[in-house]
Design a binder for this molecule. Sequence first.
Ligand code: HEM
Length: 499
Amino acid sequence: MDYPSSFLLFSFLLILIYFINISKRHNSRLPPGPYPYPIIGNLLQLTNNPHRDLATLSKRYGPLMSLKLGFRTTIVISSAGMAKEFLKTHDRSFSGRSTRYTARVVDQHKHSMGWLQPGDHWQKLRRIVKEYLISIQHLDASELLRKQKVQELLDHVNQCCTKEKAVNIGGVVFTTSINLLSNIMFSTNFAQYDSESAQEFKDAIRALMEVLGKNSIVDFFPILRPFDPQGLVKHGNVYGNKILSVIDRIIDQRLQTRSGSSSYEGVTSTNNDVLDSLLSLHLKDETEFSRDDMTHLFFENLIAGTDTTSSTMEWAMAELIRNPDKMEKARSEIKLMEGNKNTNDPDFSQLTYLQAIIKETLRLHPPAPLLIPRRSIHDTEIQGFIVPKNAQIFINVWMIGRDPKVWSNPETFMPERFLDLKTDYKGQDFELIPFGAGIRICPGLNIAHRMLPMVLGSLIQRFDWKLEGNMRGQDLDMGEKFGLTIQRSIPLKAIPVRV
Ligand code: HEM
């Protein structure tokens, strides 16, 4: 066949497939959505900021929308009411995970709670995390440790203040978040503030997150899975294995210490941290909780907890620098409590306005704007439409946080709105669900709930912040970069000034 005829035939076939798709869609009872092109589906309608593109599309097709991303049927939820339908009324039906291709890095898809499908193993890991990592008793016991870690951050900020040097806010709160978590888990710092010292762990974690946040073509065309066409899994394995080997080394050292300790009887603790508790659990029954389970549990929670908390703090600081009156109001609240309680070490979690700032930051800048995609376990009927088995579910919390039917002046940073509202982010109020909701709600919520006010409050308690080159706060670029979490496209740098 000559070139023009094959071209004509090919075009004809594409048009035919397109119309077959349309007619299949009419008969399928899928929720409404834009018509998909053959093979690529609606991929051309998404850019580097898919949460924004999906928000625009949902204005046309409604809060329950369907698309085809390559070969993947995708359902997008864009209102609080519909999120409640999915994460409360039909929570179990949508409790599967739609696994990203990059979840194959160091086989996380086989070991990590976040990627496992609901079942016995997933349930066991959640129970262990609940009991040993985030229990109220454990968090109360490690409060002093968190204060010490925040003091290390403040010492660094103090030095920058003396030298009138700008602080890379995201960078330092990233270091703080790693150390807060690594100390709760292993009683050790994994990162340093000064950039000259060895940063083996911190660099590996940053590089891994970069890889994990990349879009993989395999997510749209699973047929390409065996080829790792962009080399993402190969690349990610380099950093992932580095992190796992650091964790392994620490476990080995602790085992050695325990075997040398006089009180060692197979299950005795030496540091009373999470590692000690999990080692005891592992040594009691290695088939029930294997060494691999333990290593991956640490790995996953370090990854899941670091970027989310540090990016929230960076956005909060950016909003406060843009709104100096609100920074001042928060500082006055801290000073008032210091005066009332006659202390210079206030309990930041009790400060209503500071909490309102954190809620408002999470409303406007949820670190996971589409949550971690869920997967439907079976066909489910919702409002007369069918959400088919294995569909991937995006809950657009970024859009829900900007719904003008719920929030007045939704684009404006206005922590005051929360002073008269009971709305919280703990998974009961569906208009504010940055941690998700239902049986897969973020298990690290309690840790974040304590870390965020403590770090943010400490940063503004004794320091005011000015931008480099006398730039005005309102000129600060607030552009986003979509990845594993939503980052600022231009990192925030500011000079601390003592108040
Ligand atoms: C600002 C801080 C944080 C935010 C906004 C956040 C957000 C989220 C979201 C949206 C999910 C998915 C929930 C769903 O599917 O309904 C999630 C899951 C998860 N988060 Fe967080 N997270 C934060 C901090 C943490 C911390 C500190 C840890 C651990 C120390 C953690 C560990 C996890 C894990 C292990 C999962 C997977 C749970 C599962 O699939 O069963 N997160 N997080």
